[in-house]
Design a protein around this ligand. Structure first.
Ligand SMILES: NC(=O)c1ccc[n+]([C@@H]2O[C@H](COP(=O)([O-])OP(=O)(O)OC[C@H]3O[C@@H](n4cnc5c(N)ncnc54)[C@H](O)[C@@H]3O)[C@@H](O)[C@H]2O)c1
Ligand SMILES: [Zn+2]
Ligand SMILES: [Zn+2]
Length: 360
């Protein structure tokens, strides 16, 4: 099968022929239908997060089950699934205490000594996020998929696999924004737009969207922002404080930048909570004004929207069917796998909410 391979940090991905193994007892082989291009993959290409090579990135995907291992009862060939990097082992303390997105993942990959899931002429290829979705097929643990109805398009389903789940989940699961509260979202890309629509669904009273790209601010309004701020001009924190008479109850950092994380904390009202979603480069620290903690301000992380994806994702699909969740508007362009590097370039240029690689 064909896959986009990362050979070295900073290098463009190359389309190569890769061998994929047959499913082990608890594994599922999937024909990829679509995969979204998320900024997290770019952080690995840019070396901001470590990654062994050769590797196959891609983690925001949906597809069709082609084959299952002998112990798999949850899905069977022909089923449509969304994959999720929050594959859960089901027996660690995090899984058992209801926080499977924090699973320690003891038992979800193949063990050393076993044949690799992905290889090329006998050389193993690193399976990223236990998924490696920039590929025509995926071989994953059965706990990395949720079964969905067969009538929805792959591109929209794929986006639920990361961006939607991360953005909505940060607002509804991690921060638990209350109806009527004030919210600011810094960065209105694939994640931030979903924070905005999560805040709208959660009943936020005011949703302030912040970005440096005017088109993104336009989209933010479509997704439910009540106010927009162009971060390219003027002090963002001052303007948020002025708009809200002192600061917001909830802020979300959806860029992966030290400065934006610091702004997220600095723009909080007394009692407010900043949720950092963006992947701040490994080794970078953020600086916060210590005296602000006396106002009971909090800062917290959020990974994959603190999801329990087999519960959350079908709910998001339901909202989409009811017209309460925008998915079609998130798909700016569909591209073949061969144009994956263009998708990253368009992301960097701020031209897209999401590019989606499709395989039809
Ligand atoms: N925590 C998680 O589980 C999780 C999951 C998925 C993605 N992420 C991270 O979330 C971040 C956002 O991902 P994405 O796919 O939405 O990226 P994206 O590139 O689609 O969006 C980023 C947005 O930030 C804007 N921006 C850049 N610099 C800015 C600044 N200084 N001020 C205001 N806006 C600015 C860009 O114009 C863009 O609209 C990334 O760091 C990604 O790795 C985290
Ligand atoms: Zn992602
Ligand atoms: Zn676990």
């Amino acid at each position: 099968m064909k896959a986009a391979v990362l050979r070295a940090v900073h290098a463009p991905l190359t389309i190569e022929e890769v061998e994929i193994d047959r499913p082990g007892p608890r594994e599922v082989l999937i024909r990829t239908g679509a995969v979204g291009v998320c900024h997290s993959d770019l952080h690995f290409i840019e070396g901001k997060y470590p990654c062994a090579t050769p590797a196959i990135l891609g983690h925001e995907a949906a597809g069709t089950v082609e084959a299952v291992g002998e112990l798999v009862a949850y899905v069977r060939p022909g089923d449509r699934v969304i994959t999720c990097l929050s594959v859960f082992c089901g027996h660690c303390a995090m899984c058992l205490s209801g926080r499977p997105a924090l699973c320690t993942k003891s038992d979800v990959a193949r063990r050393p000594g076993e044949a690799p899931r992905l290889s090329q002429g006998g050389t193993p290829i690193q399976q990223m996020f236990n998924l490696s979705a920039y590929a025509e097929q995926m071989l994953v643990h059965e706990h990395a998929v949720v079964k969905v109805e067969p009538d929805l398009p792959f591109a929209q389903l794929a986006l639920i696999g990361c961006g939607v789940t991360t953005g909505l989940g940060a607002v509804l699961n991690t921060a638990r924004v209350e109806p009527g509260s004030t919210v600011a979202v810094i960065g209105c890309g694939g994640i931030g737009l979903n924070c905005i629509q999560g805040a709208l669904i959660g009943g936020a009273g005011r949703i302030i969207a912040i970005d440096t790209v005017p088109d993104k601010l336009e989209m933010a309004r479509e997704f439910g922002a009540t106010d927009v701020l162009d971060a390219a001009h003027g002090d963002v924190v001052e303007r948020v404080r002025a708009l809200t008479a002192g600061g917001v109850d909830y802020s979300f950092e959806a860029i992966g930048a030290k400065s934006a994380a610091e702004q997220a904390f600095a723009m909080l009202a007394r009692g407010g909570t900043a949720t950092i979603i963006g992947m701040i480069p490994v080794g970078q620290t953020i600086e916060l004004d210590g005296a602000m903690f006396l106002g009971e301000r909090r800062v917290q992380g959020s990974v994959m929207g603190s999801n329990r994806f087999r519960i959350d994702m079908p709910r998001y699909i339901n909202w989409y069917r009811q017209g309460r969740l925008k998915l079609d508007e998130l798909v700016t362009q569909r591209l073949p796998l061969a144009e994956i590097n263009r998708a990253f370039a368009d992301m960097v240029a701020g031209r897209v909410a999401r590019s989606v690689i499709t395989f039809d």
